[in-house]
Design a protein around this ligand. Structure first.
Ligand SMILES: Nc1ncnc2c1ncn2[C@@H]1O[C@H](COP(=O)(O)OP(=O)(O)OP(=O)(O)O)[C@@H](O)[C@H]1O
Ligand SMILES: [Mg+2]
Length: 262
């Protein structure tokens, strides 16, 4: 893998009961980049995230991340290697505060064992305080520090999405995968999200891979865009390249419901 590439998929193939969902996918993300993955509904975008993060087990191909092969790893091992994600449908723990939800993201980085926790050893107490402090920092970074002690699922929808992003940042990733983070947000919240994504890369040095149907947001923020259609990568390039690519235009025109062109 070339040094400037953080993630590289080659020949990734995934099928469920004979139905091919990802067909020989080649795809890469340079270090320090904001890249978007777009495509019509059902193209396989979320399945690609699930294949990178160990939730799905592709039948073939390779996923190299920062010099390591990921395909054999379990989801928690992928997280520990430095990839964090948010979900297409917000998934927060019920009956837990915002802060507790974010702290849960840091388990992959804790050193103290279960015995130290039970005995409340000083080392474990110190680690707990560090986790709390870093989680508070993550909440402040996404702009919802004031809501730390509220029950997470009672927050306004846009803020629940920010809790998910804070929880992902708490794992100290090198790469953040966001699955439709703008879905359900109003236009003001979309502007704020665009700024937040830029700050995550510019201030924290975390690369971002974004799945998104909001083309305004995608075109504004992405340095590169890849287009998936029926499990195949059909185009890759800058916003301008993609907008003018006949294969991309055809893929979107072929959609039944027109969603994805917004
Ligand atoms: N666990 C699964 N079992 C069987 N089929 C699946 C599974 N997960 C995904 N698929 C199928 O894979 C295809 C791609 O789905 P996927 O959710 O990856 O699309 P997507 O590009 O994320 O779409 P959307 O924009 O609607 O979120 C669909 O046909 C879907 O039914
Ligand atoms: Mg999806």
């Amino acid at each position: 893998m070339a040094d400037n590439q953080l993630l590289a998929l080659s020949g990734v193939t995934l099928a469920f009961a004979g139905n091919t969902v990802l067909d020989d996918v080649n795809f890469s993300i340079p270090r320090d980049a904001i890249v978007s993955l777009i495509g019509p509904n059902g193209a396989g975008k979320t399945s690609l995230f699930n294949s990178i993060t160990g939730f799905y087990k592709p039948q073939g191909g390779s996923v190299r991340f920062d010099g390591q092969e990921l395909l054999k790893l379990k989801p928690h091992q992928v997280t520990a290697s430095g990839i964090a994600r948010t979900f297409q449908n917000v998934r927060l723990f019920r009956e837990m505060t915002v802060l507790e939800n974010v702290m849960s993201g840091m388990h992959c980085r804790t050193k103290s064992g279960a015995l130290a926790a039970v005995l409340r050893l000083p080392s474990q107490q110190r680690e707990e305080a560090e986790i709390r402090a870093f989680s508070e920092e993550c909440l402040a970074f996404v702009g919802i520090a004031d809501e730390a002690n509220r029950e997470a699922t009672t927050l306004a929808y846009g803020h629940q999405r920010r809790v998910e992003i804070a929880r992902a940042l708490a794992t100290k990733p090198k790469l953040l995968l966001l699955d439709e983070p703008a879905a359900g947000l109003n236009s003001g919240e979309k502007v704020a999200l665009t700024e937040l994504i830029a700050r995550i890369r510019n201030e924290l040095g975390i690369s971002v891979l974004l799945i998104e149907h909001d083309m305004g947001l995608v075109m504004k923020i992405s340095e590169r865009i890849s287009v998936l259609d029926h499990g195949k990568m059909i185009a890759e390039g800058t916003a301008k390249d993609i907008q003018n690519d006949p294969k991309v235009i055809e893929a979107y025109l072929g959609q039944d419901d027109g969603e994805g062109q917004s």
